[in-house]
Design a protein around this ligand. Structure first.
Ligand SMILES: [Zn+2]
Length: 369
């Protein structure tokens, strides 16, 4: 079964054209070429055009939305293909042709040039998976806490208002972690939005999950159409086939048409991550973080276990560190909603989140994949 899964991943890697890697300071696109394939590269105003002869990849059209690349399109013709890459402003292009055995590949690195960046030192197309959590034990741990919603965006409303509960719990978690010597970065510390535009708001939060930090936890409160649902659930990034989960994903991604649009974009990222080994390794750690937090919250609160799921939440779509989104209870459940309204219960929840984070960080060194 594991072999089959690996085979599936390898096949997907072999078929992806281009293979995409999102890295600190640059986006890498790798094009696998046949023995007789030729190519030309032309850079225009905000666009990079690659013309290939002797290869017929599948047509593709995808939003990337990395700091360097907006989107790309693969147009396949009779004898070749053209790839249009829409670049963000101030991006430098570096191409190199790699050869190993019978294989050849064109590596296109798109680098931010507006500020000093870490540039790739090796032209290997895919770095070997290297989880962030378990490196230098003396390295400063930095936890990012994202209290969901805020300001004009109340989030779920029931016996409590989501934006107030998420902030209160996050502030409590911050205090508990700081007491243990952990540095904490908050996406917000007051009742405010990061932007009145929900896409920008979520984008700014997501940007804080960068590789200088150790892990990212978004805290949310749930609601259900009736008022019977209750319990705690934890998400890591990925796609889902479960339509009941998607309804909630739409809501957390901004609701309405925008929520659906951002969900589709996140799903596109999810499909691409399949061929990004580093991202796959990170998802393993994200799932482990989800399990650790979920177990800790359940044992402290005795709440209903709604499980651990993967789902295309926009705010954790590009995380390069273990990242999860937790739903700590239902605002509109008559019992749970009222519980969330009491400081002592919020303290219990916060303590269990902090405990889970500490356990994850401290076990990082002995974790095996
Ligand atoms: Zn929410």
């Amino acid at each position: 079964m594991r072999f089959l899964a690996l085979l599936t991943v390898l096949l997907t890697i072999a078929l992806a054209f281009p293979r995409l890697g999102l890295h600190e300071g640059y986006t890498r696109m790798v094009f696998d070429l046949g023995p007789g394939t030729t190519y030309q590269v032309a850079q225009g105003d905000g666009t990079l055009t690659l013309k290939f002869q002797g290869i017929r990849p599948a047509a593709d059209d995808a939003d990337v939305d990395s700091p360097q690349v907006a989107s790309y399109q693969v147009v396949s013709g009779k004898n070749g293909a053209t790839v249009y890459i829409r670049l963000k402003p101030q991006v430098k292009v570096k191409t190199s042709l790699m050869q190993d055995g019978n294989g050849r590949r064109l590596v296109v690195d798109l680098l931010s040039s507006d500020k000093p960046q870490i540039t790739p030192t090796s032209s290997k197309p895919t770095p070997s998976p290297k989880p962030r959590v378990q490196t230098d034990p003396d390295k400063k741990r930095i936890v990012v806490l994202d209290p969901g919603h805020g300001g004009i965006d109340s989030g779920a409303v029931g016996y409590v208002t989501e934006k107030a509960i998420t902030l209160d719990v996050a502030l409590r978690v911050r205090k508990l972690l700081q007491d243990q010597g952990i540095q904490v970065v908050m996406t917000r510390t007051t009742d405010t939005q990061l932007s009145t535009d929900k896409r920008t708001d979520l984008g700014l939060r997501a940007d804080m999950a960068n590789s200088k930090r150790t892990l990212f936890v978004a805290i949310h409160v749930n609601s259900s159409p009736g008022n019977s649902a209750q319990g705690i659930e934890t998400y890591y990034f990925g796609d889902t086939m479960d339509s009941s989960l998607l309804a909630q994903v739409y809501r957390e991604n901004g609701g309405g048409t925008l929520g659906q649009q951002l969900t589709r974009e996140a799903q596109t990222v999810g499909q691409r991550l399949v061929s990004d080994l580093l991202a796959q390794a990170n998802l393993v750690y994200s799932r482990r973080l989800a399990e650790t937090l979920q177990n800790s919250m359940l044992s402290a609160t005795g709440a209903v276990n709604r499980g651990i799921h993967s789902a295309p939440f926009y705010v954790i779509r590009n995380a390069r560190i273990p990242a999860v989104l937790i739903e700590i209870g239902f605002a509109n459940h008559p019992v749970e909603g009222r519980k969330l309204g009491t400081p002592s219960y919020r303290d219990t929840v916060a303590q269990s989140i902090a405990d889970g984070i500490l356990r994850f960080i401290n076990n990082g060194a002995s974790v095996s994949r």
